[in-house]
Every structure is written in C-alpha cells, then in structure tokens.
Write a protein that binds this ligand. Structure first.
Ligand code: PEP
Ligand code: MN
Length: 260
C-alpha cells in the first residue's frame, strides 16, 4: 500500500489534504496550518505556481514562497503538497514538497508526467476537466511506466453543460477508477463544485462512494483570498465537515486518519 511520510493511502484510514488554494504570506499559511494541525489533518496543501485562467490574476509566489512553505510545514510536521507546473521546478521543489501535484491543465503534459515518473516522490495526478477515464489512466501510466508507482488519482470535476457550478463532480469516477486501476483516488470537491456551500455534501458523497482521501481548500479569510475564495471553507466549516466525514466512514468500517 502507498504510504507517504508514514501516512497510508488506500487503506482503512482515510487521510485529508487541506490548505489554501495559494500560499499568500507566511502569516496566512501559518494561521491555516495551525488550525488544521489542531484538527489532526495530516497533509498541508498550498499552490506556489498557479495556472490561472486570466494572465492578470495572481500567479502564485513562486520561489519566493518556498521558504514559507518549508518553514510552516516543518513547524507543524505537516508534509506539503503543491503543484508542479514545469519540469524545471521539480528539482527545486524537492526539499519543499512531499507530494507533487499535477493540475488539471497539465494532465496531458506528457513530458512533465514522464519527468515526475523518474522522481521518487508521490504524485497526485488531477484529472483534466475534459479527460475520459482512459485518458486519465493513460496519464497515470506515463508516470508509472517511468518507474514511479506512487500515483494518487484525483477527481476534481469535469466541464459539463451545467453553468451554475464551476465543474460537475463526477461521482462515478471514484468507484470506477478504483476498481479499474487499483490506485488510490482522492476527491477534490472544492474545484469539483466551486462553491463553498457545496463542498461538504459532495465531500461526504465522495467518501460514501469509496474515496481514499479528500483534498479541500481551506482559508482563514476566504473573502480576502487571492484565488478561489468562493470555494474555500473556513477552519470551522472544515471541522464540521470532518465530524460528518468520520460518521460516513464509520458506516464502511473506515476511519479518518489521526482519529480513533
Ligand atoms: C489546485 O488544486 O489548486 C488546482 C489549481 O486545481 P486544478 O488543477 O484541479 O484546477
Ligand atoms: Mn484552487
């Protein structure tokens, strides 16, 4: 079974990855990590390189944010997950990230996938918003065939005719891809819905469908977030989600990682 920094993925205990969409400042990341640490969340997330739809949107702190991410994740002993958008970042991010994330826009970037396949770090591979299941699994195969078997799939919603939500979370993908690939699969209801009020219900549905983990955007001041504030949960909202998640998991004989 895949284990990251001592935390198993794909077993009876279900890990959570939470944190802001973007690392914005040391104060921001430290506050959020401190709140999540109190809730026994094992993994901290935060974007350093952001691939935004509009070029004038906040693009992330880039290298400037490395020391912030390292300091905060070390302080709270929370391994850090961040997106790699370019092959040239892989080596530099080695000391900062415990999981390399591939974003939805890069699932088809086969050069990036092959390069991550040569690394020893686990890769959280997000489904492209237009990818079929076989395209998604072939992307995973690009990483695995280079020697890195530590791949976690992530369903983060797809583009449909629905206009009212940012994406449509594809619940079918969870059991289908688990059965088909045997890889662990994590649900991202934050990007899957784009609306904070929908994150909890879809997170719970994904767990009921067998998701091996959740990736959730949490911000201490969502209204001031530099990216994706409308889909961020506050730490209190996240705490309430965790309580309900524990109950849903119990029904299938599973537990939240860190909770008895
Ligand atoms: C993210 O997780 O911050 C992100 C950008 O996600 P996605 O690539 O799924 O849009
Ligand atoms: Mn985001």
């Amino acid at each position: 079974m895949l284990e990251i920094c001592g935390v198993p993925f794909g077993g009876q205990s279900v890990p959570l990855i939470a944190g802001p969409c973007s690392v914005e400042s040391e104060e921001q990341l430290e506050q959020i990590a401190s709140d999540l640490h109190k809730l026994d969340v094992p993994f901290l997330r935060g974007g350093l390189y952001k691939l935004r739809t509009k070029p004038d949107s906040f693009q992330g702190l880039g290298e400037e944010g490395f020391s912030i991410a390292k300091k905060v994740s070390d302080k709270f002993h929370m391994p850090f997950t961040t997106e790699v958008t370019d092959i040239r970042q892989i080596e530099k991010l080695y000391e900062v990230a415990s999981i390399f994330q591939v974003g939805t826009r890069n699932m088809y970037n086969y050069d990036l996938l092959k390069e991550l396949g040569k690394s020893s770090k686990p890769v959280l591979l997000k489904r492209a918003f237009s990818a079929t299941y076989s395209e998604f699994l072939n992307a995973a195969e690009y990483i695995i065939s280079e020697g890195n078997e530590n791949v976690i799939l992530c369903e983060r919603g797809i583009r449909t005719f629905v206009q009212e939500t940012r994406n449509t979370f594809d619940i079918n993908a969870i059991p289908f891809l688990k059965q088909k690939s045997g890889l662990p699969i994590v649900a991202d209801p934050s990007h899957g819905t784009g609306l904070s009020s929908l994150v909890e219900p879809i997170a719970l549905a994904a767990l009921a469908a067998g998701a091996d983990g959740l990736l959730i955007e949490v911000h201490n001041k969502p209204e001031q977030a530099l990216s994706d504030g409308q889909q961020a949960l506050t730490p209190d909202e996240f705490k309430s989600l965790m309580e309900k998640a524990a109950l849903i998991l119990k029904a299938s004989g599973r537990t939240l990682h860190g909770r008895a």
